[in-house]
Design a protein around this ligand. Structure first.
Ligand SMILES: [Zn+2]
Length: 85
């Protein structure tokens, strides 16, 4: 079961990179959009800005080898937490 969705791209994660209380980011990198947790997704504005850049760059996967063959960009974008859209 997915517990957390990237604030920038909506990719689902089993464990939140922001920690159990949503306040201790691990500064890891989203494998899809390449955002650094705690930095690029720190605020609504920074998340939106990074997303715009990422989409303008053809929504390329940061780790291209992890991209699912049946990846659906629109479905994933719909998973972005409402506050960060
Ligand atoms: Zn992401």
């Amino acid at each position: 079961m997915a517990l957390w969705y990237c604030r920038v791209c909506g990719l689902d994660y089993d464990v939140s990179p922001w920690g159990p209380n949503d306040d201790t980011p691990d500064y890891g990198t989203c494998e899809c959009c390449g955002a650094q947790f705690g930095v690029d997704d720190y605020s609504v504005l920074s998340s939106r800005g990074f997303r715009q850049q990422w989409l303008a760059d053809d929504a390329a996967w940061f780790y291209a080898n992890l991209k699912p063959a049946d990846w659906d960009l629109e479905a994933q974008l719909a998973q972005i937490p409402e506050k960060y859209r």
